[in-house]
Design a protein around this ligand. Sequence first.
Ligand SMILES: [Zn+2]
Ligand SMILES: [Zn+2]
Ligand SMILES: [Zn+2]
Length: 362
Amino acid sequence: MDDSGDKVREIRINPIVPTESVLVATARGMRPKKAEEQVERDRRARVESCPFCRGNEDRTPPEIKAFPPGAGWDIRIVPNLYPVLGDDRSQSNIAFGLQQVIDGYGRHEVVIDNPNHGIALHEMTDAHLSSLFSVYRQRMEELYRSDPRLKYVLIFKNFGAAAGASIAHTHSQVIATPVVPENVQNEVAHSRDYYRKYNHCVFCSLLDEALTYEATIYDRESGEIRRKINVGQYVIERGRRFVAIKPFASRFEWEIHILPLQHQADFLKASAEDLDDFARVLRRTMARLDKVVGGVQYNFFLHSVPHGSEFDNCQDSYHWHLEICPRTSIPTGFELGSGLFVSTVSPELAAEALRNAVIEDS
Ligand SMILES: [Zn+2]
Ligand SMILES: [Zn+2]
Ligand SMILES: [Zn+2]
C-alpha cells in the first residue's frame, strides 16, 4: 500500500449524531496493531467457585427464566444482584451518558449467555448466537408488556475487565428504564430530522454508500486499491440480511456496527431467519476482531426504536443496530473533558485489516 495516504488528521462528524465528533489523528505509516495491554482471557470451561457456571444455580438470585428449562440450560436469566435500579422508587439515581440523571426506577437483569465459563462470542455456534438474540428479543417484549412505564430496554454486554465486566463468566445485561438513554434519544432525534429533510432513513443512506464503496474496491480494472476518504462507512462482513460496517467517524479504533440491510426500526420485528443471518455476521465479525486485535475486550449494545406512542413516527427514520466497541485504549482526560473522541487508527485502515483477516468458517 502507498504510504502517502496514511497520515490523517481531521475532525469527522458522526453522520447519525452530528453533535458528536471524532478526531482521527494517525501518524505516517501507522498500521493497525494489536493492543499492547491485552489481558489473557480466562478460557476455562467451568469454574467451581463461579455463580454463573452450571451446577451453581443456587448461588444466584432466583432464576427468571432458563432456555431450555432445567439443569441443562444453555441460556439463563437472573436478576442482577447489584442492580443500578430496581422496582423500588427509593433507589438512588443513575446517570446515563454522564449527563442525564433519572429516577432509579426500572429493571436490571443478567443473561448468562453460555454455560461455558470462558467461551468468547466467536467461539459460540451460529445456532447458539441466534438463540441468544431471540432470548433478548423475548425478554424485551415481556418487559415492555409487563410495564407500560418502561420506555427503553437496553441490552448490552461487557466482555473483559477493561470493558467493565465484574464477573469473568460470559454474560450480558438487560436494563429497562422509564426514560430513553441519551445516546438513543440523540440518534432517534437526529435521524428523524434527517428523514423530514430528505425523506430517507440516514442509516439506509449510509449503508448505500458503504456498499457502493465495497464495489468500487473490487471492480477496479488495474486491481489496485484506490483509497477513498469521506465516502461514508466501510463494509467488514456481509450476510444475506445484515452487514457489519466500520463507522466513518468511529469513537473507538475498532468500533463496528451491524445493521439490517433492509430498513427495520424495531429489533422486536426481527424474524427467526433474520436472527440466523445476524448470528453468522456477528460471529464472523467477532472472529475478525479477535484475529486482528487479539483477545479483545469490548462492550456491545443494541439500539432499537424506543417504546411508546411518541416514537410511533420513528418507524421510517430509525434503524436498529448493534454497536460493538472494543476497548483497546482508555479514554484520556481530553476525550472525557471535551467529548471529542480521538482515534489513532484510521477507520479506513481498520476496516481493511478486518476485512482481509483470514478466519475459519464453520
Ligand atoms: Zn462460570
Ligand atoms: Zn433504514
Ligand atoms: Zn446506536
